[in-house]
Design a protein around this ligand. Structure first.
Ligand code: C2O
Ligand code: CU
Length: 482
C-alpha cells in the first residue's frame, strides 16, 4: 500500500514530519516510485541544513558529493495559502550561502540575496527566514552566490503553496534537472569558457526527480495536476505530453485560464502546471522534451489502481492576486541583454544599506563575477577585484507600473527573472505566447519581450538571467523600489 502511505503523508503532515525528524528516513523510491518526498509544514518550523551528502545518481558507479538542504535530494515542502514559512538555514558547508525563495513576493529582507538583501550566511552560522507567501503556486528555493556550483551540486528544494479551492485527484511534481558528473559520479567543472560564453554548459545526466526517466504511478480515470519545474542551470526544454490531452493551468505558479498544451518552452527556473485526465488502469502518459534532435522521454505516468485518488474536485484555479499593471500609464524602460568583454568598476556609489542595517561597500569573490562575459544595459555584475555593486538599473516609486522591454542583442536564449514581483508577459517578437503572469520569461535570440508589473514591493531587487553561467558571469543587475 505504498500509495496509501503518501496520501496519509499529504493528509496528516504532522505525524509524517515527526517521523522524518526522528531520523527514520526511507528512500523516496520505497514510498512512491518516481516521486519526491513531500512534507507539509504549514505553521511548523523547519531546518534547512546546507550540507554535503553522498548520493548515488543514476548510472554512476560511485556516489556524488551533493550539497543538500538536509538529507534528501530536492525536498518538497507544502503549505496552504496564508500559512507562514518558518525556515532556519544552518550552513554546514565550507563556504557561505543563503536561501532565495524564487517567485515568492515576500519581504525584501527574506529574499536571500547576499549583499543585496542580507549578509551571507557564513559556515557555522544560521539565518531564520520567515515569510507568508501572498500567492498560491509552484515555487522553489536555492542559493544566490556561486550558484553554478551550489545549485549544480543540488542545493535546491520545491515549495508548493496550495490554494483552498485547488483540488485534483492527484498532484504530481516533476523536477527537471541535469547533473554534470563523470562515470564515477565525480563532478565536472560547473562553468566552462565555451559554455559560459554561449548557451551554457550542459549536464551529462538528465533526471526527473533525481531519476532517469522515472515511471510515476497515478490514479486511473482521474483529474491530476502535474507541476513541472525546470531547476536545471542551463537546459531549455520544450515540454509536451503524449497519451492524454493536457491543459496549461498555471505558469510560474500563476493561474492561467487553461488552454490546450501543444508544447511549452521551459527555460531554467520556469514552471508550468498542467491539468490532465489519466487513462484507464494500465494506460500510460509520456512526458517528453521536444527541444532535441529526437524527443526525449522525461517521465512516464502509469495509471495504477493502487494510486487511489486523494481528493475529489474540479480543476479550476483561483485567478492571480497580483495587481494588474496599468499599462497605458506605465513608466517604460528598455533593458538590453548583451555580451560584454570589459570588466567594470563602479567606484563612487553610496553603499547600499541592507534591511537589517548593514552597509555594503564591497562584495566578496563568491558573489562577484569570475569573468565578465554578459551585461544588462551595458552594466555587467562586478568582477572580482572590481567588487563594488553596480548602480541600480532603475529606481521606481512604489506603486509605479513599469513596462520593461527586454531586448536580446545576443544569439543565445536568456530566461530573465525578476525578484519580488510577478509580471505580465505582454508581447514577444518571436515566440508567440498568450498574455500570462510569470516571474521568469524566456527571451529568444535577438528577441524583444515586453513585460509589465506594478512595483509595489519596496526594497532592492535582482533581475538576472537564470542560465546560471550567464548570471555568474555578468548578466545580473538590480533595481530599487522606494
Ligand atoms: Cu531563482 Cu535570482 O533567482
Ligand atoms: Cu542568459
Amino acid at each position: 500500500m505504498r500509495h496509501y502511505d503518501r496520501r496519509a503523508v499529504l493528509a496528516g503532515g504532522g505525524a509524517f514530519l515527526a517521523t522524518q525528524l526522528s531520523g527514520c528516513a526511507q528512500s523516496t523510491a520505497a514510498i512512491d516510485r518516481g516521486r519526491l518526498r513531500e512534507t507539509r509544514i504549514g505553521g511548523l518550523p523547519i531546518t534547512l541544513t546546507a550540507q554535503e551528502r553522498p548520493v548515488r545518481l543514476p548510472g554512476a558507479s560511485a556516489p556524488t558529493p551533493l550539497w543538500l538542504y538536509g538529507e534528501e535530494l530536492l525536498p518538497v515542502y507544502r503549505i496552504r495559502l496564508g500559512e507562514t514559512i518558518d525556515a532556519t538555514l544552518v550552513n554546514r558547508l565550507k563556504e557561505h550561502t543563503s536561501v532565495h525563495w524564487h517567485g515568492v513576493r515576500g519581504p525584501n529582507a527574506m529574499d536571500g540575496v547576499p549583499y543585496v538583501t542580507q549578509m551571507p550566511v557564513q559556515p557555522g552560522e544560521s539565518f531564520a527566514y520567515r515569510l507568508t507567501p501572498p500567492d498560491p503556486g509552484t515555487f522553489f528555493f536555492h542559493p544566490h552566490c556561486n550558484t553554478a556550483e551550489q545549485l549544480g551540486r543540488g542545493l535546491s528544494g520545491v515549495l508548493i503553496v496550495e490554494d483552498a479551492d485547488d483540488r485534483f485527484d492527484d498532484d504530481i511534481i516533476c523536477v527537471l534537472k541535469d547533473w554534470r558528473i563523470d562515470k564515477n559520479g565525480g563532478f565536472l567543472p560547473f562553468i566552462t569558457a565555451e559554455g559560459a560564453g554561449r548557451g551554457g554548459t550542459f549536464g551529462t545526466l538528465r533526471t526527473v526527480n533525481g531519476q532517469a526517466s522515472p515511471e510515476i504511478a497515478v490514479p486511473p480515470n482521474a483529474n491530476i495536476r502535474l507541476r513541472l519545474l525546470n531547476l536545471d542551470s542551463t537546459r531549455v526544454s520544450d515540454v509536451g505530453v503524449q497519451g492524454a490531452d493536457a491543459r496549461v493551468i498555471a505558469v510560474d505558479g500563476n493561474a492561467f485560464d487553461g488552454f490546450v498544451l501543444d508544447t511549452w518552452r521551459l527555460g531554467p527556473a520556469m514552471r508550468v502546471d498542467l491539468a490532465l485526465r489519466t487513462p484507464a488502469e494500465g494506460g500510460k502518459i509520456t512526458l517528453l522534451d521536444y527541444f532535441a534532435q529526437e524527443p526525449v522521454t522525461l517521465a512516464t505516468l502509469v495509471a495504477d489502481r493502487a494510486a487511489s485518488p486523494r481528493a475529489r474536485g474540479t480543476a479550476a484555479l483561483a485567478p492571480s492576486r497580483v495587481s494588474n499593471p496599468d499599462v497605458a500609464h506605465a513608466e517604460s524602460h528598455e533593458l538590453k541583454l548583451s555580451a560584454s568583454a570589459t570588466p567594470s568598476d563602479y567606484p563612487d556609489l553610496p553603499p547600499i544599506v541592507l534591511p537589517d542595517g548593514h552597509k555594503i561597500d564591497v562584495l566578496d569573490s563568491l558573489c562577484s563575477t569570475t569573468r565578465t562575459l554578459w551585461a544588462i544595459d551595458g552594466m555587467p555584475w562586478p568582477q572580482t577585484g572590481h567588487e563594488h555593486l553596480p548602480p541600480p538599473l532603475m529606481t521606481l516609486a512604489r506603486g509605479t507600473t513599469v513596462r520593461l522591454q527586454l531586448t536580446n542583442t545576443t544569439p543565445h536564449m536568456h530566461p530573465m527573472h525578476v525578484h519580488g514581483h510577478t509580471f505580465k508577459v505582454l508581447s514577444a517578437s518571436k515566440l508567440k505566447r498568450p498574455e500570462h503572469w510569470a516571474d521568469t520569461v524566456l527571451v529568444l535570440p535577438e528577441e524583444r519581450v515586453e513585460i509589465a508589473f506594478v512595483a509595489d514591493n519596496p526594497g532592492n531587487w535582482m533581475i538576472h538571467c537564470h542560465i546560471i553561467e550567464h548570471q555568474d558571469t555578468g548578466m545580473m543587475g538590480w533595481f530599487r523600489v522606494v
